[in-house]
Design a protein around this ligand. Structure first.
Ligand SMILES: NC(=O)c1ccc[n+]([C@@H]2O[C@H](COP(=O)([O-])OP(=O)(O)OC[C@H]3O[C@@H](n4cnc5c(N)ncnc54)[C@H](O)[C@@H]3O)[C@@H](O)[C@H]2O)c1
Ligand SMILES: O=C(O)C[C@H](O)C(=O)O
Length: 312
């Protein structure tokens, strides 16, 4: 198994670190545009191999796409992160060009790969990759829901005083401060609805905190988060390369599912060796479906920027 991570910054390096620790690949290429950066990060990580006892061989390269040839999975994290006070959507101007050119270069050497898009604004960057790569839709997957669902579980566990691992909780919609939809009415604590243990006020606060989870960390840190984003991406990679068929919220192309078409939005999908293999219908209430449609409108408006800029 060969995996490539593009972008050796905070998220890309953390994702690579998680992939190596889990030994998800024999060969892991870390690629960045900044001279020597990925090489340095890769050597630093390889120097943990003796301590952490993993066998994955990590190699860093500067813009050398030939080194990525025949990767079975490629993770794209290249691009600017937001600063405090910014929305993810404000990154589109710079990141769309980066994601498009990275995708083109990757496909020259790995034409049948599975691409996981992390760069923001993720819903629109995943749509761009779907449109510009020509890959079958099941092989283009956006990371956002895995992270947002983990954050949702964190906030629920804090309020319930329980282990996040005992929770089932899912976020769908868009990966934006106002477009994500934490499905609190579907969330359970070892199969008991969490709504049985939380007041309406507590529920509303958990939902609101989850939605601005990324912005909260950006304000605290000064740039956006990377530990949970890197782990969330590796979690998806693991389900694909081990063919685990885990049900994970991911950004995927919708063709009528959840009432939407010609858009990438986050919905629960089964992830396995073929990429996303099945969209699972959560049977939304009328209110949840209305929120989903509103998120779709907002994401579609961002997607239109791509056409206006001749990127698709
Ligand atoms: N989808 C999510 O849930 C999620 C979570 C966290 C971060 N992100 C996004 O991921 C991206 C990366 O975040 P970060 O914190 O790692 O940023 P970072 O600045 O630490 O790293 C980005 C890296 O991309 C590299 N890069 C830029 N252009 C490139 C190109 N053309 N080819 C190869 N490499 C290139 C930079 O040199 C840099 O090392 C941002 O857009 C951020 O918003 C998304
Ligand atoms: O918040 C950000 O801009 C980065 C990422 O999308 C996140 O949710 O952590």
């Amino acid at each position: 198994m060969k995996i490539t991570v593009v972008g050796a910054g905070a998220v890309g390096a953390t994702c690579a670190d998680n992939i190596a620790r889990k030994e998800l690949a024999e060969e892991l290429i870390l690629l960045d545009i900044r001279e020597g950066f990925a090489e340095g990060k890769a050597i630093d990580m390889m120097q943990t191999a003796a301590l952490l006892e993993f066998d994955t061989k990590i190699k860093g390269v500067t813009n050398d796409y030939a080194a990525t040839a025949d990767s079975e999975v490629v993770v794209i994290t290249s691009g600017l992160p937001r600063k405090p006070g910014m929305t993810r959507e404000e990154l589109i101007g710079v990141n769309a060009g980066i994601v498009k050119s990275v995708t083109e270069n990757i496909l020259k050497h790995s034409p049948n790969t599975i691409i996981i898009v992390v760069s923001n604004p993720m819903d629109t960057m995943n749509y761009l990759t779907l449109k510009s790569s020509g890959l079958p839709k099941n092989r283009v997957i956006g990371m956002g829901g895995a992270l947002d669902s983990a954050r949702f579980k964190y906030y629920l566990s804090q309020e319930l005083g329980c282990s996040p691992a005992d929770l089932n909780a899912v976020v769908i919609g868009g990966h934006g401060d106002t477009t994500m939809i934490p499905l609190i009415n579907h969330a359970t604590w070892n199969s008991i609805p969490v709504t049985q243990f939380l007041s309406k006020e507590q529920q509303d606060k958990i939902v609101a905190d989850t939605m601005v989870g990324g912005a909260t960390l950006t304000k605290l840190i000064g740039t956006s988060a990377w530990y949970a984003p890197g782990a969330g991406t590796a979690f998806m990679v693991e389900s694909i390369v081990r063919d685990q068929k885990k049900l994970i919220s991911c950004g995927v192309a919708l063709d009528g599912e959840y009432g939407q078409k010609d858009i990438s939005l986050v919905v629960p999908v089964v992830l396995g060796k073929n990429g996303w293999e099945k969209i699972v219908d959560f049977k939304l209430t009328a209110d949840e479906q209305a929120s989903f449609n509103k998120s779709a409108d907002a994401v579609r408006a961002m997607n239109n920027v791509l056409a206006d800029s001749n990127l698709i």
